[in-house]
Design a protein around this ligand. Structure first.
Ligand SMILES: Cc1cc2nc3c(=O)[nH]c(=O)nc-3n(C[C@H](O)[C@H](O)[C@H](O)COP(=O)(O)O)c2cc1C
Length: 316
């Protein structure tokens, strides 16, 4: 049973990947997408997107970080994948799910799901360009306007030799609106043979994870916003699958993590405080204490003030 931390632009960046993988439970994470246009990016650009490249593409606790590429030109994506592979990337993931207008207008992300032939050619070209021992995976949605191209895309990916397919169980039109249609993933699972299919979308709790697995028929699941809202979720899932109670960490221990996160001095103070508030907003979904804390920190500007508010909250 694999648990994967989802790529989320501006959310699961390197500091958040470090934090969530240190809490534990993840087999690997996927980087935010590296946008590929018509040039071969130099290694320094990859290092900027994926700072873990300096440590063998691993987070500080050793969890592998796969490199995600987004683009539409098979040859250029293949050349860039070869650079990442040469640098030591443990796996290359290709993004066919991004719903952003700007990205789609430039023929990147989910819009390519309308063209299964292009999706096939991209993965085949990248597969050829990367040494056989390095997996090449794809992350797709069910479709763009509707779910009609889902299996055509799936068949094209399988024929291209994809190592596994992650399916965010919604169309581009669905955006992030609940529910995720986990049962649709089972249609691909049925034809994928030995190729793993990883289910993704709307897994916020241990119970969601069990239902997602049952409905999709997939053993493996990718956690996105649920992992950020509930940093102990991956461990709790493992515990529950092993027959345990699947409990989450208490608020006081989460407060310690929050203090460390906001005190991190690698970026600017405004950046650290802003990113912390973003994270806290996600946690309000699971922890009632986060709601009260958010009201207190909303107008605060310094790391010091925010850390003090977290300390006060930790005894609540
Ligand atoms: C803020 C944000 C940024 C995202 N960025 C990416 C990305 O860079 N690459 C990608 O494949 N998916 C991206 N996604 C989609 C997620 O990886 C995931 O498929 C989606 O959030 C559904 O899973 P969830 O319901 O568990 O969050 C992003 C999602 C969010 C909310």
């Amino acid at each position: 049973m694999k648990l994967v931390l989802a790529p989320m632009q501006g959310l699961t960046d390197a500091p958040m990947r470090a934090l969530l993988t240190a809490v534990g439970g993840f087999d690997w994470c996927v980087s935010e997408f590296v946008r590929v246009n018509d040039t071969v990016l130099p290694p320094r650009v990859f290092r900027r997107y994926v700072p873990e490249a300096e440590q063998g593409f691993r987070t500080p606790v050793g969890t592998p970080v796969h490199v995600q590429l987004l683009g539409s030109d098979p040859a250029c994506l293949a050349d860039n994948a070869a650079v990442a592979a040469e640098m030591g990337a443990p796996a290359i993931d290709l993004n066919f799910g991004c719903p952003a207008k700007m990205v789609n207008r430039h023929r990147g992300g989910a819009v390519l799901l309308k063209e299964p032939e292009v999706v096939h050619r991209i993965v085949a070209a990248v597969r050829r360009a990367v040494p056989a021992h390095i997996p090449v995976s794809a992350k797709i949605r069910l479709g763009y306007h509707d779910r009609e191209p889902f299996l055509d895309n799936g068949r094209g990916l399988l024929a291209a030799g994809v190592s596994w397919i992650t399916v965010h169980a919604r169309t581009k039109e669905d955006g992030y609106r609940p529910p995720a249609h986990w049962h649709e993933i089972a249609r691909l699972r049925d034809i994928a043979g030995d190729t793993p299919v990883i289910a993704n979308g709307e897994v916020w709790t241990v119970n969601d994870h069990a239902r997602c697995r049952a409905e999709s028929g997939c053993a493996d699941v990718m956690l996105g916003r649920g992992a950020v809202a509930s940093p102990g979720l991956a461990n709790a899932i493992r515990d529950a699958v092993g027959g345990g109670s699947g409990g989450l960490p208490d608020w006081a221990s989460l407060c310690e993590l929050q203090r460390d996160f906001v005190r991190d001095e690698t970026g600017t103070e405004a950046g650290a405080v802003g990113r912390y508030k973003q994270w806290l907003t996600f946690m309000t979904r699971i922890y009632p204490q986060a709601e009260a804390l958010f009201l207190q920190v909303r107008t605060l500007r310094t790391r010091h003030e925010v850390a003090a508010a977290i300390t006060a909250s930790s005894s609540l």
